[in-house]
Design a protein around this ligand. Structure first.
Ligand code: ADP
Ligand code: MG
Ligand code: MG
Length: 254
């Protein structure tokens, strides 16, 4: 079992009027085999948390820690994070002209594992994963993300998840822009990866819709840069019914 541990994390960004603190003491522990949902209103800092785990240079950690099995993640480069087993969807959302999906996936897999996958298995694995995710085989020859629709990008995100087999996956708004069919395909993919028991998932979302398809064991309400409350799956149902106002009012009064 592996553990991703976030302790009292404070993160600032540089703005025109000086540094602004976005994360104000986030504490969270995720083990492989667990699914945690982070839910919160727009602007509460959810994507900042994801970007900080990913190592985005814009976000400055002013105090606190992120460790993976005791190793300091904050000291790692973005590539080292991937090799250590962190999968962060937004690491690869960009268009890469002239690089086909096939080449991109194999290059990334090689970088993550430290050795090239056996070609025979790899070709089979890619084909099977693409079928599972109902991705058109013609995709393999297309350039990375070039002209991909929102739904296609999400499927490719989950394709990477299935092929790279990370220890921890951080999925930020994976449900946004998906119709119900695509949502189901994407959720099935996450659930398949989850079912291996060797992955932990941090599912970041504003809406409860995706939680009909991916069941978290833990739900954290995220408000004003920190976790305001943690609970089980029932907490998501309560948020669906009641919204975030109560938490936002409490945060504003704090
Ligand atoms: P969420 O994902 O919960 O909607 P974000 O992490 O995107 O929240 O944003 C949290 C706060 O940080 C917001 O007030 C947002 O305006 C601000 N913020 C985040 N990233 C940037 C950025 N790159 N430049 C300016 N403000 C930012
Ligand atoms: Mg936002
Ligand atoms: Mg966001």
């Amino acid at each position: 079992m592996s553990t991703l541990e976030i302790k009292d994390l404070h993160v600032s960004i540089e703005t025109e009027s000086g540094p602004k603190e976005i994360l104000k003491g986030v504490t969270l522990t995720i083990n492989t085999g667990e699914t945690h949902a982070i839910m919160g209103p727009n602007g509460s800092g959810k994507s900042t948390l994801a970007s900080t785990i990913a190592g985005h240079p814009r976000y400055e950690v002013t105090s606190g820690s992120i460790t993976l099995d005791g190793e300091d993640v904050l000291e790692m480069s973005v590539d080292e994070r991937a090799r250590a087993g962190l999968f962060l969807a937004m690491q690869y959302p960009v268009e890469i002209p002239g690089v086909t999906m096939t080449n991109f996936l194999r290059t990334a897999k090689t970088a993550i594992d430290g050795e090239a996958p056996s070609l025979r298995h790899w070709t089979k694995d890619v084909k099977a994963a693409m079928e599972d995710l109902k991705i058109d085989p013609a995709f393999a020859a297309r350039n990375v993300n070039e002209g991909f629709s929102g739904g296609e990008k999400k499927r490719v995100e989950i394709l990477q998840l299935e092929l790279f087999k990370p220890k921890f996956a951080v999925l930020d708004e994976t449900d946004s822009g998906l119709d119900v069919d695509a949502l189901r395909v994407v959720s099935d993919g996450v659930n398949r990866a989850q079912d291996t028991g060797t992955m932990g998932t941090l599912l970041i979302t504003h809406y409860t819709r995706i939680l009909q398809y991916i069941k978290p064991q833990f739900v954290h309400v995220f408000v004003d840069g920190r976790v305001a409350e943690s609970g089980g799956a029932e907490l998501a149902d309560r948020l669906e019914a009641e919204g975030y106002e109560r938490y936002e009012a409490a945060a504003a009064g704090a």
